[in-house]
Design a protein around this ligand. Sequence first.
Ligand SMILES: *Cc1c(COP(=O)(O)O)cnc(C)c1O
Length: 372
Amino acid sequence: MVDLQSQYQKIKPEIDVAIQEVLESSAYINGPSVKAFQTNLEKYLGVKHVIPCANGTDALQIAMMGLGLEQGDEVITADFTFAATVEVIALLKLTPVLVDVEAATFNMDIDALKKAITPKTKAIVPVHLFGQCANMDAVLEVAKAHNLYVIEDTAQAIGADYTFADGTVKKAGTMGDVGTTSFFPSKNLGCYGDGGAIFTNDDALAHKLVGIVNHGMYTRYYHDEVGVNSRLDSIQAAILNVKLPNLDAYCDARYKAAMYYNEAFKDYKNIETPVISDFSTHVFHQYTLKIHNVDRNALHQYLLDQGIPCAIYYPVPLHLQKAYADERYSEADFKVTNQLINQVLSLPMHTEFDEEQLAFITNKIIEFVTKK
Ligand SMILES: *Cc1c(COP(=O)(O)O)cnc(C)c1O
């Protein structure tokens, strides 16, 4: 699905020097590379505060802790996303409220969001799925009307730009009260292990988050809050400092591959290519097709047999997962996710394709869907 090896080979001299510097500094935790990355990412995103942490799941959890959400508070998120989003809501003993998504963009459906609001609702977690932003004009309007926090899960969309109705442009993750991301190796900005970060423009919240990631300590050995231990280590930060200046070029390379796929599939009505919204750029963390009137599972297996990695993101909607199923949910409210799980197929997507590979992949898919 991804080619991290070729990408590393292109930046190997810089990466190797950066890692060596950390090794020789022996500042393995909270070294200068962490502080530098924090500043570099703040500049890139145009956000006041970046708080690095250990992974994208922690980032979500810490963001929710920082907002002071309490047991029983309802938190609305999308039914069609990686489980981490709902997992941390449940872990904190908040009440997850899953809502359906839009068939076109795979992102949170705004009517479903509005319908799910109750007097207990405290926060909305839009997930910018597969690399494009949810409808943030609408999400922020709903949040404002009901006095709710907005936590953007930007694990799949770092680098995407959102254009508001008034023309203002902001980076994914910097529009709500707080944004979170992951630097898992296969993410658009990946390190060589685990990593994550939290973003906010709110000074007081940033101060709180800085304590929570470090055992709730603001003064050494004085614990004002219940915190966690969640750090981005110095080696990962050094790697991210080398990769961040390439992020826009990486997003462009993904976009180019996506446009190749789009062009190749445009005449085949049983292959539905991804929709790009007017208000968001698409950084194609995943390139996800919808397959119609062809056996999707057979196509998936055929491609695997041909040596083409591809995957079903996601095979089970969250409201049907054993851990998150709840009698509060009614199947009639999940028409779209229940359909998407049978249609979606994500193709290889990374920064290092040559045309020959893309031609091979698209030809095999077309061969299968046109087979009599
Ligand atoms: C990857 C991902 C996460 C979790 O990130 P980790 O660094 O793996 O903990 C959270 N949300 C979404 C949407 C993701 O894709």
